[in-house]
Structure formats: C-alpha cells, structure tokens
Write a protein that binds this ligand. Sequence first.
Ligand code: HEC
Length: 105
Amino acid sequence: MNKSTALSAWTTTLRLLCLFAFSAAALAEENTLKLQEAPGKDLIETHCRTCHSLDYIEMNAGILDAAGWKKSVNKMIDVMGAPILPGEVPGIVTYLHQSYGKARE
Ligand code: HEC
C-alpha cells in the first residue's frame, strides 16, 4: 500500500465514522422525544404515533385550547381514520389540553 492509498483508506474510514455518528445522533434524538408525564399519556403513546411522529403534538403545543385539541383529535378519527374509541377521546383531549394546551392567562 503506497502512501496515497493509505491516506485515502483513512479518509474513507473517517467519513464512515462521521456518517455513523450523525445517524446515531439522529436516532437518539428521535427516541428522546418524550411526552410529558400525566394521566392519559399511554393513550397518546398508543394512538398518536401510528401515522406520524409525536412532533405533531409538540408543534401545536401552546396553540390549541381544549376545544381545539378536541377538534384535532376528532379530525384524526373522522378524516384520517384513526382507530380511537369514542370513550377514549375525553382522556386524550384532557391530556393534550393539560400538557400541551394553550397557556392559561
Ligand atoms: C390514522 C392516522 C393518524 C392517526 C392515528 C393520528 N393522526 Fe394526526 N395526522 C394524520 C395525518 C395524515 C396528518 C397530516 C394531515 C395534514 O397534513 O393535513 C396528521 C396531522 C396531525 C396534526 C397537525 C395538525 C393537523 O390537524 O393537520 C396534529 C396536531 C395531529 N395530527 C395530532 C394527532 C393526535 C393527537 C393523534 C392521537 C389522538 C393523532 N394525530 C393520530 C394522521 C393520523
């Protein structure tokens, strides 16, 4: 192996290492998105990430009030076809409102 081949092999190794570090970081980030602890969290974990990530909830944090969250959850059911039982809706809405609802003045 001459000097330049050795160098290019080393560069490739470095590149691969960087790539690996980046994807590991990205994966770790995905897994650390934690919902706030509160009753009803399990319902959200079960129902709200089958179609999209829980980022959607964080994106709307502080914007929607209880009625807004209720509308949003009903939209997931009626429009998107989320398999959520009617009896589960109040628990989900309460959780979303309490943990991610519009800040109370
Ligand atoms: C059956 C699939 C499905 C399930 C289950 C689901 N969603 Fe969605 N959700 C979607 C789709 C598709 C979009 C994107 C719609 C769009 O871009 O208009 C979306 C978008 C959203 C948005 C962004 C705002 C909006 O209305 O477009 C929020 C907030 C949201 N979902 C919350 C939830 C919550 C909370 C749950 C659990 C109660 C849930 N979703 C479960 C399919 C689903």
